[in-house]
Design a protein around this ligand. Structure first.
Ligand code: FES
Length: 102
């Protein structure tokens, strides 16, 4: 169990998402109001990557069927997404963005 660097802070602007990998898992890294958040990347509704979704108002919209998830909590916000996504611990160390892999 450890913190793993997944990106440099300057790689992402606010309201952007990026695919990262930690512990062998594909994750979605987001930047919102200069804070970083990480969720699983695979949508809980189907085979689509939330890291390729549209980020707005603290939510990510799935690119396949437009289900929305709260990025901070992982809560599914609207149909057809009904199952929450997992969130992961994130911290920033200087320019490094790290994710906790447990
Ligand atoms: Fe994401 Fe359907 S695959 S809402």
């Amino acid at each position: 169990m450890s913190w793993v660097k997944v990106a440099s802070a300057q790689e992402l602007d606010n309201d952007e998402a990026k695919t990262v990998t930690a512990g062998g898992c594909g994750l979605a890294l987001y930047r919102i109001d200069d804070e970083f958040f990480v969720t699983d990347s695979m949508c809980t509704h189907g085979a689509a990557l939330l890291s390729e979704g549209y980020v707005e108002d603290g939510c990510v919209e799935c690119p396949l069927h437009q289900g929305r998830f709260d990025i901070r909590t992982g809560q599914a916000m609207c149909a057809p997404a009904t199952v929450n996504i997992r969130t992961h611990l994130v911290k920033r160390d200087g320019d490094d963005v790290l994710v906790w892999v447990g």
